[in-house]
Design a binder for this molecule. Structure first.
Ligand code: 5GP
Length: 188
């Protein structure tokens, strides 16, 4: 049997784990359109730089970008700190930022804020480059999992402290291509 089942049944098996539907793709698209409308409003005439955090945010930032009607630019960074279903708590350096962000309005776009440790680190490293402003947007936010004080400016969905996959988020490399968000079944 394949290690990744992506058929029309509602439950998804990814390797040894079972995931059930949590947020539908229609709801995600609707919410992203609303976030884009907010950015169109807040950043009119400001030419913001969106900084997508790879790999998880690629689908989110792609959909968001399609609905931005203002002048805006996009770049991607990579930070890896997470293995399997538990946060390692170890945060590495930002890699991949080629352009100068000095004096620019920037929006970091993440897939999920869990403990907040990754975002705190990213925020600190980018802030040291003196952008004009630096805001945080995340598709998913687990407020109960936060371990550091963090102001998240734009949130797609606040979710429970449970492990999710889909829409760019993976379990052990798989599941990113699911068009909705799925949550780990409690008996998994
Ligand atoms: P934090 O540093 O906030 O604890 O974790 C941030 C990173 O951990 C996210 O960018 C993501 O890669 C990963 N992560 C946190 N929670 C989840 C989750 O529920 N599912 C998946 N697939 N990744 C998660």
């Amino acid at each position: 049997m394949d290690s990744f089942t992506n058929d029309s049944s509602t439950m998804k098996q990814i390797r040894d784990k079972h995931f059930v539907p949590y947020i539908t793709s229609d709801k995600i698209t609707e919410r992203i359109k609303a976030l884009a409308a907010q950015i169109n409003e807040d950043y009119k005439g400001k030419n913001p730089l969106l900084i997508g955090v790879l790999n998880g945010a690629f689908m989110f930032v792609g959909e968001l970008f399609k609905h931005l009607e203002i002048d805006c630019e996009i770049t991607f960074i990579r930070v890896s700190s997470y293995h399997s279903t538990e946060s390692s708590g170890q945060v590495k350096q930002i890699i991949g930022l080629k352009e100068s962000i000095q004096g620019r309005p920037c929006i970091i776009v993440e897939d999920i804020v869990d403990t907040g440790l990754t975002m705190q680190e990213v925020l600190g490293q980018l802030a040291s480059q003196k952008p004009d402003s630096l805001k945080i947007m995340t598709l998913l936010h687990k407020p109960d999992a936060l371990k550091v004080p963090l102001k998240v400016d734009y949130v797609g969905f606040e979710i429970e402290n449970r492990f999710v996959v889909g829409y760019g988020l993976d379990y052990d490399g798989l599941g990113r291509n699911l068009d909705g968000i799925y949550v780990l079944r409690s008996d998994s």
